[in-house]
Design a protein around this ligand. Structure first.
Ligand code: SF4
Ligand code: SF4
Length: 266
């Protein structure tokens, strides 16, 4: 996510869906594209799907070229941020920013859509951080000087981030859930690797489901198998359910005992 006030130890002013603010961003503002420099943008699973499809890359290629791996504090979970490049003035800049604006605007990530608002559940480390918003508060942002009042809910809809949030909702819940369990309960490296693959690398996850013994070991209804084979968003949702089962043993994954026993004997 873009830098927050938390690093300076300043508690955020909490906003709700109904909080109102006045803000407008357009090509005429003196700060145009300044917010696309020197930033830290954590990517969500749906961000990656939109960007890799926009750029006609596989998820593996996109991850290799455009992201940096990180560990999300208080969760021990691997996440990725957008890899910044040095621009002509030597300042780190988003690889998609140009003088005329964002090259991938209609597929820009969640954080860019929310800006100048941040989301508590992903940015704040305390428990109970979900369900609130806050202003990112960067001094260079002149958008607050524009006379364009709206509520947070209206801003989310206007920016299309309500759709992104809905698709990522179960994944965000996984992060909130992981943050709420004691930090001394550690994940194995294998589980962390699976979290990374199922969250971000949809093409590798597809191979894991269809080209391993996964469908022999787990009883997945045939109708669902057909759906996740042909529909990338259905596969993404399936990957979140799989992670819920893997991390928290929640959900309805059933082992095919006969197939599992046969594999153990073999
Ligand atoms: S993706 Fe687009 S909006 Fe987001 S930081 Fe990069 S250039 Fe700016
Ligand atoms: S800094 Fe604020 S007003 Fe300026 S381009 Fe970015 S979001 Fe728009």
């Amino acid at each position: 996510m873009m830098e927050t006030t938390e690093k300076a130890g300043i508690p955020p002013v909490k906003l709700s869906e109904n909080s109102t603010f006045s803000f407008k961003c357009h090509k005429g503002v003196s700060c145009f594209t300044q917010c696309c420099h020197g930033i830290n943008i954590m990517l969500t699973p749906y961000d990656i799907i939109r960007l890799k499809n926009r750029l006609q890359m596989t998820s593996e290629e996109f991850l290799a070229v455009y992201t940096v791996p990180q560990v999300l504090e208080k969760t021990d979970l691997p996440v990725v941020t957008l890899k910044m490049l040095d621009d002509v003035e030597g300042e780190p800049a988003c690889p998609f920013v140009r003088e005329e604006g964002c090259l991938v605007y209609s597929d820009r990530p969640t954080t860019c859509r929310y800006y100048p608002i941040g989301v508590g559940s992903l940015n704040y480390k305390e428990e109970n951080a979900e369900g609130f918003y806050f202003f990112v508060n960067e001094p260079h942002c002149r958008g607050f000087e524009e006379d364009s009042p709206m509520t947070v809910a209206e801003w989310r809809k206007d920016q299309g981030v309500d759709v992104y949030d809905e698709i990522n909702a179960m994944w965000t819940d996984l992060i909130v859930k992981k943050r709420s369990i004691p930090s001394n309960i550690r994940l194995t490296q294998k589980t962390k690797n699976m979290f990374f693959t199922a969250s971000y690398d949809i093409d590798r996850f597809r191979r894991f489901v269809f080209e391993s013994s996964f469908l022999e070991i787990y009883d997945i209804p045939e109708e669902e198998v057909q759906q996740i084979r042909s529909d990338e968003l259905a596969l993404l949702h399936f990957s979140f359910r799989w992670l819920d089962w893997l991390l928290f043993k929640q959900g309805d994954f059933k082992i095919n005992e006969a197939a599992a026993a046969k594999r153990t004997k073999g």
